[in-house]
Design a protein. Structure first.
Length: 167
C-alpha cells in the first residue's frame, strides 16, 4: 500500500481503464469530488464511519468510503456516478456497492478478497483484489459491459477502530 490510503484507511481503484479511456477520447470528463483523489493507479476513496468488524480471514459488516466519481460524455447521454463506495463483508464473500446517479445503493461488483496482510500499525491491507461486475453493475454502466466482466483490481487498507478488531 502506498501512503495515499493509509491512516484511517481507504479504497484505491482504477475502475476500468478502457472505460476511462473511452470517456476521455470522446471529449467527456472524469470528475473526482468529495474527497476522492486521483493516484497513479486509480482513484482513492477515504474511509468514513462504518460497522466493519475486521478479521484478517473473515471480516464482517460494511466498510464505508467517502467521495464520488462521475463520468460524463456525449452531451450527458453517458452519465455514470460511483459514489460513496461500500465494501460489504459476509459469509458468502465480499461485494462492492456504490451510490449511482440517482443516489440508489447498487451492488456493483463481487470481490475475491483472499487473506489480508496485517501491517505493524494494526491495519489490514488487501492488495490487487479481483473485481467482477454484477448485473446491477452492468446496468450502472448503461450496458456497456456485461455482467461478469473483470474490472481493474482494487486495494483496501482498513485500520481498526477501538473494539472492531478480531484475530
Amino acid at each position: 500500500m502506498t501512503n495515499d490510503i493509509e491512516g484511517n484507511g481507504g479504497l484505491r481503484w482504477g475502475v476500468k481503464d478502457s472505460f476511462i479511456d473511452y470517456v476521455r477520447r470522446s471529449g467527456g470528463s472524469v470528475e473526482a469530488s468529495e474527497g476522492v483523489e486521483a493516484s497513479d493507479d486509480g482513484f482513492v476513496f477515504p474511509r468514513t464511519a462504518d460497522d466493519a468488524v475486521l478479521d484478517p480471514v473473515s471480516p464482517t459488516g460494511v466498510a464505508c468510503f467517502g467521495g464520488r466519481l462521475r463520468f460524463r460524455a456525449h452531451a450527458g447521454h453517458l452519465d455514470v456516478v460511483l459514489g460513496e463506495p461500500e465494501v460489504h463483508f459476509g459469509d458468502h464473500g465480499a461485494s462492492l456497492h456504490v451510490h449511482d446517479l440517482h443516489g440508489d445503493l447498487v451492488e456493483l461488483a463481487t470481490l475475491q478478497l483472499g487473506g489480508a496482510f496485517r501491517r505493524d500499525d494494526g491495519a489490514l491491507d488487501w492488495v490487487a483484489v479481483p473485481v467482477t461486475l454484477t448485473s446491477a453493475g452492468a446496468d450502472t454502466f448503461g450496458g456497456a459491459y456485461p455482467a461478469y466482466t473483470e474490472f481493474e483490481p482494487l486495494s483496501l487498507s482498513l485500520l481498526p477502530a477501538a473494539g472492531d478488531w478480531r484475530g
